[in-house]
Design a binder for this molecule. Structure first.
Ligand SMILES: [Zn+2]
Ligand SMILES: [Zn+2]
Ligand SMILES: [Zn+2]
Length: 120
């Protein structure tokens, strides 16, 4: 803590202590005004269900417009990962197994390994 004698620019309260050394003393805010000014993350409570796995959703970080198409966090994350996959028709160069999706677009389609072989 840094001791000093400053004034809050909003409510003119005395500030005797700050967690940092203020560079400019004109726009200092007391603790109360600081926490007031911080934007609060809004959450919306409700009684919805996930359109993919039917699990209940009670809290959302946004106001849902289309409640029929809500997805829970799990499904949302799953979808996000899935959308990063590249669909294709490759053959593993090690075991000959068919590969239908990859997390990247292979530069050389002749030298693709399936996940099992890749991890070996
Ligand atoms: Zn203040
Ligand atoms: Zn779900
Ligand atoms: Zn393989």
């Amino acid at each position: 803590m840094v001791q000093g004698n400053w004034t809050c620019c909003e409510c003119n309260a005395d500030i005797k202590e700050l967690p940092f050394n203020p560079r400019s003393t004109n726009d200092l805010k007391c603790n109360a005004c600081m926490s007031k000014g911080r934007p609060q993350r809004e959450t919306f409570e409700g009684d919805w269900s996930c359109s993919k796995c039917q699990s209940p959703i009670t809290l959302l970080p946004f106001k849902p417009e289309d409640v029929a198409n809500l997805t829970c966090k799990n499904c949302y994350l799953k979808e996000k990962t899935a959308s990063r996959m590249v669909e294709g028709n490759w053959t593993c160069m090690d075991c000959g197994n068919a590969i239908t999706s990859l997390p990247f677009n292979p530069r050389d389609p002749e030298s693709v390994s399936c996940r099992d072989c890749y991890q070996k």
